[in-house]
Design a protein around this ligand. Structure first.
Ligand code: CA
Ligand code: CA
Length: 157
């Protein structure tokens, strides 16, 4: 109990309260935290470009899905949300047909989770989205960028 009164310990207690408060304030509703990032699931339907702008105005970007863990977590959220079956994410081939990149980083898409029948129209469908197949499973597909879907924003916490 003697130690509780030392200035150093008092400082540590105050600091940890401040640190926890700060971290929580960075993923406020409707943002959801996963692995150091915050995600927001938009269900007001927008084109891919409108979705990108909507994310950018929230200091975020259309989601980049780079690992199976991130993909699995997002799909869990989509099932939990169950308000919309189509969601834009940040992948596109706008610079070159068949050349998938993430819009926010310009990096080539490595890991993918396309349905076996997708991508199925490389010249016309140049933006990346999640869709619910047979009401059972979410996959990625290529879609016409002007289509109006839900969207997933992501930002660093
Ligand atoms: Ca990501
Ligand atoms: Ca397609």
């Amino acid at each position: 109990m003697m130690h509780f009164k030392t200035p150093v310990l008092d400082f540590c207690i105050v600091f940890s309260f401040v640190a926890v408060g700060f971290a929580e304030s960075m993923c406020n509703y409707p943002w959801i935290k996963f692995s150091g990032h915050c995600y927001m699931f938009g269900v007001d339907k927008k084109t891919w470009f409108e979705s990108k702008v909507a994310c950018n105005t929230k200091n975020a970007y259309l989601a980049t899905v780079e690992t199976p863990k991130e993909n699995d977590w997002i799909i869990q959220q989509l099932f939990a949300l169950s308000k919309e079956s189509y969601f834009w994410i940040g992948g596109n081939t706008l610079r070159k047909v068949g050349d998938w990149i993430w819009e926010s980083t310009n990096e080539k898409i490595g890991y993918t989770f396309f349905h076996p029948t997708e991508p199925n129209d490389p010249t016309k469908e140049r933006c990346l989205f999640y869709f619910l197949h047979d009401k059972k499973a979410y996959y990625w597909g290529d879609g016409a960028c002007r289509g109006k879907l839900g969207y997933i924003c992501e930002k660093i916490k």
